[in-house]
Design a protein around this ligand. Structure first.
Ligand SMILES: NC(=O)c1ccc[n+]([C@@H]2O[C@H](COP(=O)([O-])OP(=O)(O)OC[C@H]3O[C@@H](n4cnc5c(N)ncnc54)[C@H](OP(=O)(O)O)[C@@H]3O)[C@@H](O)[C@H]2O)c1
Length: 311
């Protein structure tokens, strides 16, 4: 369910950060004050709407539809929904997989409970329009919650398309994505002249460069921030294979290496929602539990960075 927040409960980004800081979420205070028992939500700045902080990056499970069928996707989505989540990040791949995704998204119990995104990765105005029309048809949705330009491809041309779809009501929000440091400069340049609703970027305890300029810029501009690569597309787990979780991670109720990364990410208050990619309902449930309980404070965040850098 996409929760609307009333005016009274829709803080500005700065008010929100001040509140979160006071409660210890940004790491400035005690980590015991904000022990969550259900998945928290964070506001889309200035829009009167909030999103649950853990979402699904659906690339892997959708790309497996042609080989494994639709049940794994449906199970992962229901686990996300039952855990209090709603955000599903998608990317058109091929008509068979996208039609399967559309069928699952249209199940009566899921249709109105998810915040569905897509991306445009085409070059040329007409190719972008064609891709979006095909996505609307296959996803069986006239309006997509968030349409993003994938990795800044054909940025200026597609941005005009996105603005038009938003004006026409076919996109509720529009944004751009990056997942590599090499695109950061181009993204900053774009943000110097345009104001998307959302920006999606890579950030984690192992890939921290967004902390330097992009996250402060997103905060100053009042943008919603989606996060990708929380586990470096799986390389994070390979790096930590055989490593036991240190005892001190109990201080912030961390059960697993997956939650270690997610708790680090979510203790940065500028992040709106982290996209975790998985085809496993158990992993989805484990990821959805990451924002529950205590979160790392400033001291713990430093310790987490030092620990990871030594591995
Ligand atoms: N430029 C772009 O727009 C862009 C680029 C990259 C990614 N993205 C978005 O970001 C999403 C995330 O993708 P990513 O590349 O960043 O992947 P990721 O989430 O960093 O890593 C995914 C990998 O982690 C494993 N995993 C997930 N949860 C786990 C858990 N609790 N325990 C153990 N293993 C776990 C998954 O395997 P299992 O299936 O076994 O769980 C999968 O192999 C994508 O789906 C996409 O939506 C966008």
């Amino acid at each position: 369910m996409i929760k609307k927040v009333t005016e009274k409960f829709a803080p500005t980004r700065r008010e929100f950060i001040a509140t979160m800081s006071a409660l210890g979420v940004s790491g400035l205070g005690s980590n015991t004050l904000l022990a969550q028992t259900q998945m928290p939500q964070r506001p889309i700045p200035g829009k009167g709407e909030s999103l649950p902080v853990i979402g699904l990056g659906s690339s892997k499970v959708v790309s497996q539809i042609s080989s494994n069928g639709m049940d794994p996707l449906a199970s992962v989505l229901r686990t996300l929904r039952d855990s209090g989540g709603s955000v599903v990040d998608t990317w058109p791949r091929n008509p068979e997989n996208d039609a399967g995704l559309g069928q699952v998204l249209s199940a009566p119990d899921l249709r109105d409970s998810l915040f569905v995104t897509t991306k445009i990765d085409q070059v040329g105005k007409e190719a972008g329009i064609q891709q979006f029309r095909e996505t609307q048809r296959l996803y069986r949705r006239d309006t997509i919650d968030l349409v993003q330009i994938f990795s800044l491809i054909d940025l200026d041309t597609q941005w005009e398309n996105l603005k038009q779809w938003k004006a026409e009501g076919h996109a509720r929000y529009i944004g751009v994505t990056v997942s590599e440091y090499r695109l950061y400069e181009q993204l900053e340049e774009f943000l110097g002249r345009e104001t998307p609703d959302f920006v999606q970027m890579n950030y984690s305890v192992t890939e921290r460069r967004a902390e330097e300029r992009l996250l402060p810029l997103a905060e100053d501009m009042g943008l919603a921030v989606l996060l990708n690569r929380p586990f470096m597309n799986g390389a994070y787990f390979q790096r930590l294979q055989g490593q036991p979780l240190p005892d001190w991670t109990e201080e912030f109720d961390c059960e697993s290496w997956a939650q270690f990364s997610l708790k680090y990410i979510l203790s940065h208050p500028t992040i709106t929602c982290v996209l975790t990619e998985t085809s496993s309902p158990d992993h989805m449930a484990e990821n959805a539990r990451a924002p529950l309980g205590r979160m790392p404070n400033a001291e713990a965040r430093e310790r987490m960075k030092i620990f990871i850098d030594q591995i």
